[in-house]
Write a protein of this length. Structure first.
Length: 138
């Protein structure tokens, strides 16, 4: 499956934000991501729909609320749509208690799709967190 190059938001040549994504079969993201974040072996979906999976989207605290994350997100979707025939949707995982991220994505047309228990299991004993899968059909 093709990967998607990360890109940065810069101010005076200093990185202040970044997004990194991957193109996966839609079925993989929805049904086959395991609790530790690794993808199981899956068959290609019959309808050939592809999904842009957001691995990380981050902006430094002092540069938030200026629309930088929205610009990074929109640019990633635009580039992926231009490069990948059959791009169907965009998805990501985030901790269920990350209200800032959940609200940001909802503001940008995303919806909560499902909860994955103990998705962030590698955070250590007693620190396992559930994740919410957030998605948007294009």
């Amino acid at each position: 499956m093709p990967s998607f190059n990360p890109f940065l938001a810069l101010v005076n040549d200093v990185p202040i934000g970044a997004i990194s994504c991957r193109i996966w079969p839609r079925e993989t993201v929805i049904n086959k991501v395991t609790k530790n974040g690794q993808v199981e072996e899956v068959e290609e979906p019959k309808d050939d729909r592809r999904c842009l999976y957001i691995i990380i989207l981050s902006v430094l605290d002092e540069y938030r609320r200026f629309g930088i994350a929205t610009q990074l997100l929109e640019e990633a979707i635009k580039r992926a749509s231009e490069d990948i025939e059959g791009l169907h949707s965009v998805y990501l995982h985030t901790p269920v208690d990350n209200e800032m991220a959940i609200n940001f994505y909802k503001k940008n047309g995303f919806e909560n799709k499902e909860t994955v228990e103990e998705y962030y299991k590698s955070m250590g004993e007693g620190n396992q967190k559930d994740a919410v899968v957030i998605g948007k059909v294009l």
